[in-house]
Design a protein. Structure first.
Lengths: 199, 199
């Protein structure tokens, strides 16, 4: 479906409502009311509430993937070490989350409300994204830069911490997105870095 | 309301359904059907779906608080350092989450569906719990044991990572609760520990 500014408005309104009331707790009528239009007019732009959710979740998945590609897929020579790449991946993720906290929240919480087939597709895509973290952690362990953690556990730990930003971030809050990105990159990198134990 | 075994069964069934379909996506009729009883019989034990949610969330909050008290409130002399206490706090949290993953999931995701007054009460209680992490991080920084992180950011980071376990833990999965507790305590402690930089 072609992205129009009206459709963008519909998805903005839906993201706000899904975030506040959940997907199940929001009706097409609620979305129409938030836009001050009739439910019938809404159906000129979207086929169903599920369609709106799918569009939001898909587009947000793309943004995470594109940001991760840009952060670590560069043609830098020599390739930066796993620590630098992990920090870049964390920053990229935090930037996508804080740039559109409503859509990020829907992505994190409401993707489970997708229909069975779409949920399976998104599950594969989320797993492929998480695999970037797992592979980088494994590479860092191999290189001796990272502590011998379980890469799958560490990847789950890091990603849920990053996604947890949707629970507390407020655009008018004390911290700017760049400060959060810095702090989260530091915490995440330290969490996996091998420590020279001096005790 | 007195806790009876029937009521316990109702809350078990409700926790499973809330986890799978969310609070809004679950009806009292769904809960009754899961227990193979009539909706009317259910109302002999609970006054509303909201009442069931409140009971689950309250009891789970108590379990987190009691576990944290037991983990760091001991009369050990000398008092263990902030690092040991943070690791103990993390372990205690992970144990409560993995011990009843359905209730933990409802606690993490569905508490926002509480009525306004209850939500405000639970919000205060969650904040007091998070304050234990903030205070411990601040104490560790003061002692020079922890890196100079923002204690509020670090506490949010750690707690959302810990709560993120509800998104992936399966009792029949590869890892036992004690292994997850060990791995999460290591990751969390390293995330805040001051590193002797040798570069």
């Amino acid at each position: 479906m072609v992205e129009t500014s009206r459709r963008r408005e519909i998805e903005d309104a839906a993201s706000l409502l899904f975030r506040e009331h959940g997907y199940s707790g929001t009706s097409v009528r609620d979305i129409a009311r938030a836009l001050d239009i009739q439910g019938a007019s809404l159906y000129a732009h979207v086929t169903s509430k599920q369609d709106v959710l799918w569009s939001i979740v898909q587009r947000t998945a793309e943004r995470f993937e594109e940001a991760a590609d840009a952060a670590v897929g560069g043609a830098e020579d020599p390739v930066p070490g796993p620590g630098s790449r992990l920090a870049a991946l964390v920053r990229a993720h935090v930037e996508v989350v804080t740039d559109d906290i409503e859509r990020a929240s829907v992505f994190v919480h409401d993707w489970r409300s997708l229909s069975v087939e779409r949920r399976a597709e998104m599950s594969r895509r989320r797993d492929a994204y998480e695999a970037r973290f797992r592979a980088l952690v494994a590479e860092g362990i191999e290189a001796g830069t990272f502590a011998p953690v379980d890469p799958a556990v560490a990847a789950a730990y890091l990603l849920t911490a990053l996604n947890g930003i949707v629970a507390w971030y407020r655009p008018d809050g004390r911290l700017r997105p760049a400060q959060i990105a810095d702090a989260y990159a530091d915490l995440s990198l330290r969490a996996v870095l091998a420590v020279e134990n001096e005790d």
